[in-house]
Design a protein around this ligand. Structure first.
Ligand code: BT5
Length: 325
């Protein structure tokens, strides 16, 4: 979007939606006719703007878009989202962010897309990513931590998603180890971290976050490993994609700053408070190994899943899929 049109949007936001033509022409440093041209640009981008005789312009409604301008006016972060890149379509925002990070993109760069043609889950699985409905987002981080600590960042994303859901809906999210957010037992978000590292240091981590915002029941993929849902299906109300993204990035920014300053303890505590398995029986399946059955006993100081076996021993599990009984 043109810089001047973005400035008009900012003024609308700061002034409750009404700005005089005179102020616009003064702040933009252009003539009244030029102001009118920039208003037309906004209208063409889907913004409904009313001209009120002798009062100015009023923003009536905004399109449901992930455009950087829409996210950034609602965002208030120090590091995350310093650069926002929104793509109409891409194979996977994680792959795109990985490529940009290899080319040197700064910490905090965020890639979003309206649609993914090859959205990725874990272990070569796919993430269903229809256009226009949901959030597909990848964040580039360059923390100075050891590679073995990187999985802790998944817990940060999970807590940030849960907080953003609570702030934008009346729903009650729960977190499931290691990378799902659920509503009423159904999966509403999935997380996928990818990393580039040397033996003793990290080059970068990509936090991949997929949240089913406005997907309708008939858009849900069939043949799922776990029942799925969206915020729209559960809450019966559309969630603005830019608004949700801004809330999510705000929370992630705060959690990341806390993580860098104080480590994993606070995130771990909040994660455990929000976990769906507290004290319950679980079955963990892990590629090619026998299933492990026991009682959920929290997560370890490094994020490993703790399962208490029937003989009382506690097993540490680093990867796998959990079913809560
Ligand atoms: C995940 O994997 O849950 C990680 C998903 C991460 C997606 C984001 S979107 C932005 C970024 N860019 C990417 O390319 N990926 C990330 P996993 O736990 O393996 O779950 C995958 C399984 O969830 C699939 O095999 C399906 O059974 C199911 N599934 C697929 N699409 C889904 C959807 N939209 N909602 C709920 N479940 C889905």
């Amino acid at each position: 979007m043109h810089q001047k049109a973005a400035t008009i949007l900012r003024l609308f936001r700061h002034q409750g939606g009404l700005v005089s033509g005179e102020q616009l022409s003064r702040e933009l440093g252009v003539s009244r006719t030029a102001v009118w041209k920039h208003i037309s640009t906004l209208r063409a981008a889907g913004y409904q703007v009313e001209a009120l005789p002798s009062r100015g312009y009023r923003l009536v409604s905004s399109p449901d878009t992930l455009a950087a301008e829409e996210i950034s006016v609602q965002m208030n972060t120090a590091v995350i989202g310093r650069q926002l890149i929104n793509l109409a379509t891409t194979a996977s925002t994680n792959s795109e962010a990985f490529r940009l990070a290899e080319e040197g993109a700064a910490e905090g760069t965020v890639v979003t897309a309206d649609e993914q043609s090859k959205g990725k889950g874990r272990l070569g699985r796919t993430w269903s990513s229809p256009p226009g409905a949901n959030l597909y987002c990848s964040v580039i981080l360059r923390p100075r931590i050891k590679p073995f600590e990187a999985p802790q960042l998944t817990f940060l994303s999970a807590v940030a998603v849960a907080r953003a859901i609570e702030q934008t809906t009346d729903l009650k999210p729960e977190i499931k180890w290691p990378n799902d957010v659920l509503i009423g037992g159904k999966k509403v978000a999935g997380l996928l971290n990818e990393m580039s590292a040397e033996t003793d240091g990290i080059n970068f981590v990509i936090l991949g976050i997929g949240v089913n915002l406005n997907m309708t029941a008939d858009q849900l993929p069939g043949n799922l490993r776990h029942p799925a849902t969206s915020l729209f299906i559960e809450g019966k109300a559309k969630v603005g994609r830019a608004r949700f993204t801004a809330f999510l990035l705000n929370e992630l920014d705060r959690l990341y700053a806390g993580f860098l300053d104080h480590g994993f303890t606070l995130v771990r505590r909040e994660w455990q408070e929000r976990c769906n398995a507290d004290g319950r029986g679980v079955v963990v399946s892990n590629h090619g190994c026998d299933d492990i059955r026991g009682r959920f006993a929290g997560i370890d100081t490094d994020g490993a899943l703790l399962v208490q076996l029937p003989d009382g021993m506690v097993e540490r599990i680093l990867s796998g899929d959990v079913r809560v009984l």
